[in-house]
Design a protein around this ligand. Structure first.
Ligand SMILES: NC(=O)c1ccc[n+]([C@@H]2O[C@H](COP(=O)([O-])OP(=O)(O)OC[C@H]3O[C@@H](n4cnc5c(N)ncnc54)[C@H](O)[C@@H]3O)[C@@H](O)[C@H]2O)c1
Ligand SMILES: [Zn+2]
Length: 364
């Protein structure tokens, strides 16, 4: 069992990582607002049959009354309507301000249940129990919670930190291949933006990661969480370095929203977006063509798309301007100064056009 800490003064919390953790009541107890109180287990109809029973039993052993709130699965359900279902159930079960919300699932459940926790009775404690690779390495850490609006991803939300991240690596055993690869996009992202040595390690170990080699996976998860915790500890509200975590996301969110939520998985869209961002970094005079080729190659080896869908330039710019990284109309991009270090810059549209052209140059 490994442990990391997100340091945010009185909102600091542990990230506990290891196999079999969903059976450890003592670990859960560390995040409960009130032992002897209520735990509201929020999960989706796809995850519930796999893990809800085990988690509910463990929470019971930890001394809580457990209620289960099962919502529809997937990105298309990350909506106001689903949020309402959670609030309805909390009220119907007379949950008070010490109720702990336990988010069991991937990034969708984590973001949704986290936002429910942030808003229910002005905020109740919540525990993240990530079950996808993406959630284990990224979304469960850092306190960004949100739901989607038809006009844009994650447009309604709050910064709200969990009291505990309980990351049981055994849950990945049931994760479908496409979802697993989608999570690898956020893993390689950390190498590109922050840690050249990790990037080199990923280049050596990508084949092991693809077959879910236990040791390689443990190292990748640990280093990813460590980097995320370090960045969030420095810049919780994203006034500076935290924005680096959005490498590929400005293009990626445009792809997700433009094609309709759920068509491309988040990590797939981010993967293609990172290739475009790398290309734009080259056009801005930073990366070499060989660097861009390395970015593309690693993403390709992770089984992720490197070519963006043809939404049309106008549509891309329209969608990217709505994305929250746009400030006062100028779109701010996360780019790479070199492999292992990012920066943020507003780039005029006409300079972005050739990067977008390159992004689907190979498309059929
Ligand atoms: N808050 C953040 O900082 C942050 C960061 C990155 C991404 N996100 C958000 O995360 C979301 C994507 O998360 P995701 O990729 O985890 O998708 P997801 O939550 O939709 O999960 C993917 C699918 O896998 C299923 N699943 C989950 N765990 C499983 C398991 N162990 N076994 C079998 N099936 C399982 C789910 O039911 C779902 O169908 C996006 O909405 C994105 O915006 C948030
Ligand atoms: Zn992401």
């Amino acid at each position: 069992m490994d442990e990391l800490r997100v340091n945010l003064a009185d909102r600091s919390y542990p990230i506990v990582i290891g196999p079999g953790l969903i059976r450890h009541e003592a670990v859960f107890a560390r995040g409960l607002g009130n032992v002897g109180g209520t735990a509201a287990l929020v999960t989706s109809d796809r995850i519930a049959p796999l893990y809800a029973r085990t988690v509910a039993d463990t929470l019971t052993r930890a001394g809580t009354r457990v209620i289960q709130i099962v919502v529809p699965d997937g990105e298309t359900a990350k909506t106001w309507e689903t949020l309402n279902l959670v609030h309805d159930a909390l009220l119907a079960n007379r949950c008070d301000r010490k109720t702990t919300i336990v988010a069991l699932g991937g990034g969708v459940i984590g973001d949704l249940a986290g936002f429910a926790a942030a808003t229910y009775q002005r905020g109740v404690p919540f525990i993240q129990v990530p079950t996808t690779l993406l959630a284990l390495v990224d979304s469960s850490v850092g306190g960004k919670t949100a739901i989607n609006h038809p006009r844009g991803k994650n447009m309604i939300g709050a910064f709200y930190q969990p009291t505990l991240v309980l990351a049981d690596t055994d849950t990945l055993a049931t994760l479908p291949e496409r979802e697993y690869r989608s999570g690898l996009a956020e893993v390689v992202k950390y190498g590109f933006i922050y840690d050249y040595a990790f990037l080199e390690w990923l280049e050596v170990n990508m084949d092991a990661l693809l077959v879910r080699d236990v040791a390689a996976l443990a190292r990748a998860i640990y280093r990813s969480c460590e980097i995320k915790a370090e960045i969030v500890g420095q810049d919780e509200r994203e006034t500076g370095i935290r924005a680096w975590l959005n490498l590929g996301h400005t293009f990626g969110h445009a792809i997700e929203t433009g094609l309709g939520y759920g068509q491309w998985l988040h990590g797939e869209a981010v993967a293609a977006g990172m290739v475009t961002a790398a290309e734009l970094s080259r056009l801005q005079g930073h990366l070499s063509a060989a660097d861009v080729a390395r970015v593309r190659r690693l993403i390709e080896r992770a089984g992720l798309p490197t070519v963006s869908p043809r939404l049309g330039q106008e549509r891309y710019f329209e969608l990217m301007r709505i994305d929250k990284k746009a400030e006062g109309g100028a779109i701010r991009y996360v780019l790479l100064k070199r492999l292992g270090e990012a920066y943020v810059a507003a780039v005029p549209d006409e300079q972005v056009v050739p990067a977008l052209d390159a992004a689907y140059a190979d498309a059929a």
